[in-house]
Design a protein around this ligand. Structure first.
Ligand code: SAH
Length: 387
């Protein structure tokens, strides 16, 4: 299967690059120059790596070495400032990556509880950002891990695509590089959070996903606590993830309060049911002050009753957890509808009264199909003009 260019620099770790540099007969400091150019300056071509002598640039071009920065094919800009990018890879496959100035109210990614309240700890620190004067204080990039998805959640548009292929580590990290370049921002000066919640199931592309995380931490400069990965509940990988030295925070897509409902909505529940999922969550080794996030998509009249909320509270009893509630983002071909705000608030209330922190995620970019569960390479159904 065609994939990223064979000789792409983006995706290589320091040690992989170091052995190439040695193979080329170059001094070892070239490794740092290349890493700097690819991951920090985010050059588009080898010719642009101005720290290398021209002769070496020519030699690399001759060897067929390229940067491998994915291309931005389209941008859709929402009224709320969210940008949905259609990002294309060398083999013509593409994914969507979403830029959200001010995040989505669910994950501050910086240790604060963003929630939907205005009282996030970030509120009074306008001076901290490179984004000052641009009207945002921190931003979140939502990153895809696969072209399409195999998990088949009944409320999610990405599921309708099926899975086309896994992304490589370079393609996962490359989405972030492409968006940072386009937005002209750089971590850590600019406060950028990453959520691996775009198209695909990261834990079904585990090795590439984890390699991308390490590249983003070590080379691009995004701090670990600013990253969150969401899984539909691939139980064996939750165990593996807990053993990683470098890892984002964990979010689990719960979406139902009992097995019967969850199996209907998320067929993978047949394989990894709530007992297995919750056991993995309870065993998950949390760090200091860390909590597991449970995401819960509210579907009108399906999983959003007070009784459902009580069942969720029961499942999470005694855990260091919080719940992010997401009212369904609708889409063509999705059979469910969005509950009224009062129902969402009532659900939240039951959880809060049971002592479980619960936040309502503000939908971001719904008008351009950029919100949770709406990523489908939707060039054909986008309503906003591409810019
Ligand atoms: N595959 C991973 C990563 C995707 S995260 C996972 O399932 O966790 C996407 C989040 O959006 C998940 O929590 C999912 O439950 C939620 N979601 C999916 N479709 C949605 C929709 N139509 N409206 C609102 N949220 C949705």
């Amino acid at each position: 299967m065609a994939n990223v260019p064979q000789n792409a620099l983006l995706g290589l770790s320091r040690s992989e690059l170091a052995s190439l540099v040695e193979e080329w007969g170059e001094p070892s400091y070239r490794t740092s120059q290349l890493l700097e150019a690819v991951y920090r300056q985010r050059v588009e071509s080898v010719e642009q790596i101005s720290t290398l002598p021209l002769s070496l640039r020519a030699k690399l071009v001759e060897l067929g070495v390229c940067v491998g920065l994915p291309g931005i094919e389209k941008r859709f800009v929402s009224l709320d400032g969210t940008v949905r990018y259609l990002i294309a890879f060398a083999d013509g496959q593409s994914v969507e990556t979403v830029w959200m100035p001010e995040g989505d109210g669910g994950e501050a990614g910086d240790g604060t509880e963003a929630g939907d309240s205005a009282s996030s700890a970030d509120g009074d620190r306008p001076h901290l950002v490179g984004g000052q004067n641009r009207g945002w204080d921190r931003a979140t990039i939502c990153v895809s891990s696969q072209v399409g998805c195999a998990v088949d959640c009944q409320f999610c548009l990405t599921a309708l695509l099926g899975v086309k292929r896994n992304l490589t580590a370079g393609e996962i990290a490359g989405q972030v590089c492409a968006v940072l370049k386009d937005q002209k921002v750089s971590p850590p000066q600019d406060r950028i959070n990453l959520v691996f919640m775009g198209m695909g199931e990261p834990f079904l592309n585990y090795e590439n996903f984890m390699k991308a995380v390490r590249l983003l931490v070590e080379e691009v400069g995004v701090a670990e606590p600013r990253m969150t990965v969401s899984t539909a509940g691939i139980v064996p990988r939750i165990h593996d993830f807990g053993q990683e030295a470098v890892r984002p925070k964990l979010a689990i897509s719960l979406n139902a309060s009992n097995d019967a409902a969850r199996t209907q909505l998320m067929p993978l529940n047949r394989k990894w049911d709530l007992e297995k999922l919750m056991a993995a969550a309870r065993e998950f080794p949390l760090r200091n002050r860390e909590r597991i996030t449970f995401e819960y998509v509210l579907l009108d009249g399906v999983n959003d009753s007070a009784e459902n909320a009580r069942e969720v509270a029961e499942l999470l009893r005694g855990m260091r957890a919080k719940v992010n509630l997401i009212a369904l983002n609708p889409g063509p071909g999705i059979q469910f509808s969005t509950p009224a705000e009062v129902r969402v608030a009532a659900f939240q209330q039951v959880l809060m009264e049971a002592g479980i922190p619960a936040f309502v995620r503000r939908p971001r970019g719904r008008d351009i199909f950029a919100a949770c569960g709406q990523l489908k390479r939707t060039v054909e159904i986008a309503t906003a003009p591409a810019v």
